[in-house]
Design a protein around this ligand. Structure first.
Ligand SMILES: [Ca+2]
Length: 245
């Protein structure tokens, strides 16, 4: 790999492409792509929006030719023409909107935990705008309230964030890697929103450690309260059953 010193520019060369008639592992392991991975540079990668809410008040894709927001550069390439998903709500009534992943097969790994990393960016002036991440076990397409198979994993509200830095922030949380699942990014707002970019699932072989980032996003219970845990990690199948001590 070589090229300019700009972080968003460069070239990669490949050589000696050969096909073998056998099974093989992905090498290097960090090159493994999972169904939930998405950089939102061309489309929503089979993530889908919940039906309720009009297009402007719902999750949408910021790419060239579509509605752009503040000309904010994406995280992947620092591309000023967009390349991320976002919602931006302005409504007298609080709105709740969800972006639901395709079915994700557990990444091939003997560990039953994996790590989900992504980048997020708060938008607008509201201080109670919420971004919450949930994991739903199983392949069902339905998402209902108080679903026992849906575990809240991670949650931030805009009043918790340092808004003086107008920049992308890193999010990370452990997920259950033992069974088929979907990821659900939920936005709740009357005024404001969040953008997300570069969702990536790592197995423990690929990444050492998976502390929740930011630490205060850890362990939202089923009522939406943030419960502090001693090490910032989520352990166990359900956040509601996790001992906060
Ligand atoms: Ca992107």
């Amino acid at each position: 790999m070589w090229g300019s010193s700009r972080p968003d520019a460069g070239f990669i060369a490949i050589d000696d492409v050969i096909f073998y008639d056998s099974k093989c592992e992905v090498l290097p392991s960090k090159a493994q792509v999972n169904a939930g991975d998405c950089s939102f540079d061309r489309d929503l990668c089979n993530y889908r929006r919940t039906e309720d809410g009009d297009r402007l008040g719902n999750w949408q894709l910021a790419i060239a030719g579509e509605r752009l927001l503040r000309n904010m550069a994406d995280h992947t390439y620092n591309n000023p023409a967009g390349g991320y998903a976002y919602f931006d709500i302005y409504d007298t009534n609080q709105r709740k909107i969800r972006l639901i992943s395709p079915v994700i097969e557990p990444p091939r790994d003997e560990d039953d935990r994996a790590c989900l990393a992504f980048w997020f960016h708060p938008l607008g002036s509201g201080d109670s705008t919420t971004l919450q991440l949930m994991q739903r076990i199983g392949d069902s397409n339905e998402v209902v309230e108080n679903d026992e198979k849906m575990t809240p994993l991670w949650k931030v509200q805009t009043h918790q964030l340092d808004r003086s830095r107008d920049d992308w922030m890193f999010g990370q949380v452990e997920i259950d890697n033992s069974r088929t699942f979907r990821l659900i990014f939920e936005g709740i707002a009357t005024k404001g929103g969040f953008a997300i970019d570069d969702i990536q699932i790592y197995t423990n072989q690929q990444k050492e450690g998976c502390n929740t980032r930011p630490a205060y996003a850890a362990n939202p219970d089923r009522n939406g309260q943030v419960v502090e845990s001693s090490n910032g990690n989520i352990r166990g199948q359900s956040a509601a059953s996790t001992d906060p001590a």
